[in-house]
Design a protein around this ligand. Structure first.
Ligand SMILES: Cc1ncc(COP(=O)(O)O)c(C=O)c1O
Length: 405
């Protein structure tokens, strides 16, 4: 069977692959702990459930405007005005099937074959693959050794005449790092001056710790949405833990939104109207839903840091947001794929190899699950790798003895 070269060049999502592996092991009755997950365990806010239920019971479940139902757009405009201090018109908003589709629509609208898009390591796994899917070229700028922060000079140097956009995810998946305000300010200035789009993926904007304030890109320009090169991505997946609802959106200039609307109209049409009603419910419902999720995640983060604190050979930079951290495991192995496989086999713990994020030698650990999973998961990792930890452990109800260190 013939498969296109382009399709063959696209890697499967490593995180979705790991989910499948974990599911299969669990189905065989293995006591797997999943420290790779990208979604919290919370229940959807009641306002979201009621919104979706009301739409369903109305029984009128039809196609809707491609770029989103007016009521949801109104809620997104209010959210944007509150969080970004910018006036937004309905023509500046397009709602999609999750932020993933939003990002794809943007790239499809601005990238021609061989155009370049700069991404900052550690980067979210889907960015390079999506750039390849629109026949563009991902250009990776690496951070300074031992940090998660690239130098602005390196980004400027990587930008050439073929550069169409720079993608910034702040706070960052997989490191949990928040970029310095001065860094974002310089990036905004550089992009506005050069006419390069600055794609700000703000999907984890509300999941931040220790009272940190993450200022949006718009804070560093006087330009309005309509004439700025900043494109904002957001959605309900992370801030409300509603990953299955599949609603994300973009705020951008009108012409770009119009292009994205054409692309979406020819591929998926409008996102599910039931999901849009749920998203509208969440956005217009009590704000305490976001805060209660944030508090749970912050508590989990503290537990994770406490557990990792005594892990010999592992260096962790405390995350400032998201539900991930990206400890440096080079004290144990420089091959993160092999290390993750070893840990799944011996300790039955799912981790995500740093290689997938452009950070070889690191592993992404998620604390989106339960505190119990975080504690037991890290204990198993220590048992597998740290010779100073006890040689015996119970995994499920089976006693295991470490015989390889
Ligand atoms: C950085 C980043 N952007 C976008 C997305 C996609 O979110 P959605 O579930 O809305 O498609 C994710 C999901 O993991 C993510 O981590």
């Amino acid at each position: 069977m013939r498969i296109s070269r382009l399709a063959r060049s696209i890697d499967p999502s490593p995180t979705l692959k790991l989910n499948d592996a974990a599911r299969m092991l669990r189905a065989r009755g293995e006591p797997v702990i999943h420290l790779g997950i990208g979604e919290p365990k919370n229940k959807a806010p009641i306002a979201a459930i009621l919104g979706a239920a009301a739409k369903l019971s109305e029984g009128n479940i039809k196609y809707a405007p491609t770029d989103g139902i007016p009521a949801l757009k109104k809620a997104i405009i209010r959210y944007t005005e509150e969080n970004y201090a910018r006036e937004v018109k309905p023509e500046n908003v397009i709602v999609s099937n999750g932020a993933k589709q939003s990002i794809f629509n943007i790239l499809y609208s601005i990238v021609d074959p061989k155009d370049e898009v700069i991404i900052l390591a550690p980067y979210w796994v889907s960015y390079p693959q999506m750039i390849k899917m629109v026949r563009g070229v991902p250009i990776v700028v690496h951070p300074e050794e031992g940090t998660f922060y690239p130098r602005i000079e390196d980004i400027k140097q990587a930008a050439g005449s073929s550069t169409r956009a720079i993608i910034v995810n702040n706070p960052n998946n997989p490191s949990g790092a928040v970029y310095a305000e001065s860094f974002i300010a310089e990036l905004v200035d550089f992009c506005e001056t050069k006419g390069i789009y600055l794609i700000m993926d703000d999907i984890y904007q509300k999941l931040i710790f220790d009272g940190i304030i993450v200022r949006p890109g718009y804070d560093f320009t006087s330009k309005e949405v309509e004439n700025s090169h900043i494109i904002v991505i957001n959605g309900v997946s992370k801030m409300f833990g509603m990953t299955g609802i599949r609603i994300g959106w973009v705020i951008a200039n009108q012409e770009l939104v119009e292009r994205m609307k054409s692309i979406q109209g020819q591929t998926t049409s409008c996102p599910s109207v039931v999901s849009q009603a749920a998203a509208e419910g969440a956005l217009t419902g009590p704000k305490s839903a976001i805060e209660s999720l944030r508090l749970t995640i912050e508590n989990n983060c503290n537990v994770m840091l406490q557990e990792l604190g005594s892990f010999k050979g592992v260096k962790v930079t405390p995350p400032q947001g998201t539900f991930y951290c990206l400890p440096d495991f080079r004290g144990h192995s420089s091959d993160s794929v092999k290390l993750a496989e070893f840990l799944l086999e011996k300790a039955l713990v799912v981790t995500v190899p740093g290689k997938a994020f452009g950070m070889e030698g690191y592993l992404r650990l998620s604390f989106a699950g339960s505190v119990k999973d975080v504690i037991e998961g890290v204990e198993r990792l220590k048992w597998a790798l740290d010779s100073t930890s006890p040689r015996e452990i119970y995994i499920g109800n089976q006693k295991r003895v470490r015989d390889w260190l």
